[in-house]
Design a protein around this ligand. Sequence first.
Ligand code: C2R
Length: 187
Amino acid sequence: MKRAVVGILMGSDSDWPVMEQAAKTLAGFGVPYEARVLSAHRSPDLVRRYVNSAGSRGIKVFIAGAGGAAHLAGVIAAQTTLPVIGVPMESKSLKGLDSLLSTLQMPPGVPVATVAIGSAANAAVLAVQCLALSDRRLQRALVAHKRRLVASTRRADRSLPRTSATTHGGPARPCGGPNPEPRTFAR
Ligand code: C2R
């Protein structure tokens, strides 16, 4: 088995259903990773030990997911020169705004590249983009990824009712807002 190059860390195993999306996305790009539950609050020494040994073990990028007072990504960033990508978890009381701000609002000199709330898959794509800077295979895989995005958007575009005529005289869009202009341009 290849050595992990991405460390996926999370503050609790309750974060795994979201962080699993990062793992699956990395696997889709053929990027080896390791996933750990480590908490800056609950197991600070383990975080320090993990981060201090990560670079020499081959880790090149960290993805850190945490919720609420989400300090994990920042604490990792404080102790490494490797890039740290933060995933703010959606939280019950504040819907993830607490996680977002505590992951994102780092002091000057210690950045955490923060993705949207719960966007673990995007964190993985960003990690792949970091790795692709020195990896031609991953550069090609990212180009293919962009092509898939275009193809899926085109499919969605084709399946939309185009004009009021195609929806039997009803509104072109359901619920509420003003009808959009009929889209009559050629594809
Ligand atoms: P539990 O579900 O275990 O109670 O955890 C976790 O990321 C999780 O979203 C609730 C939430 O606490 C978060 N947590 C942090 C940190 N450690 C755990 N924000 C940390 O070190 O930042």
